[in-house]
Write a protein of this length. Sequence first.
Length: 238
Amino acid sequence: MVGNDPALRRADWDKPALRRAQQAADSIAELVAATEPGARLGTREELRARCGVSVGTFNETLRILQARGLVTVRPGPGGGLFAAEQSPMVRLGNSVLALDAQQTDVADAVRIRDALDPLLIEDALWHASPADLAGLRDRLGVMAEAAKGGDAAAFVHANWKLHAAIAEISPNPLLRSLYLSLLDLIESHTLSVLPGDGKPLPDYINERLALHAGLIDALERRDRDEAIRLIHAHNVTA
């Protein structure tokens, strides 16, 4: 456990407290980069004071840092936060997470994600189990409910979760990790521009729903030509 105060929920990513937690995590990440692996960074309280955030916000900061594989926590006298040993995979993920929230960065992330989509579809064609396909249909059902209810933000979230579920099918840890890191980057920096609940959905959204339904049908039939055609159409019209 990182503390008694709860960390922020994923649904709260667009709130100022999380932005402060992310900024604090970035600040400590710079400290980690300037030290040797295993070096002591300071106590929790020292680092919290250095970042100028509340206890609850620092709990979330610590969760972010641990998820990135940047720090380890040791209890007792002489304990505190220490710079973690980082594998090449962790360094790759941290490079993605360190991207700025500028529009050009998000656009680049979308471009790279789109380039990886056909690889993930190839893996899904070969490796998707009946349970995996049932899970994809569940995700599609959430998209359909959001479209029916006119909830554009929920539709986009459900769309991202569907693509994350497709990525999870891949047996390739490098491809899976890179894709999911890019998806997290895109999601966390797009929340502030999503339309609010109750806004009318254009025909385009319903077309996207039909495209994803066709894609899952093609995966279930193991129809490679149709699945690849649809994922290219998905990325061209996104």
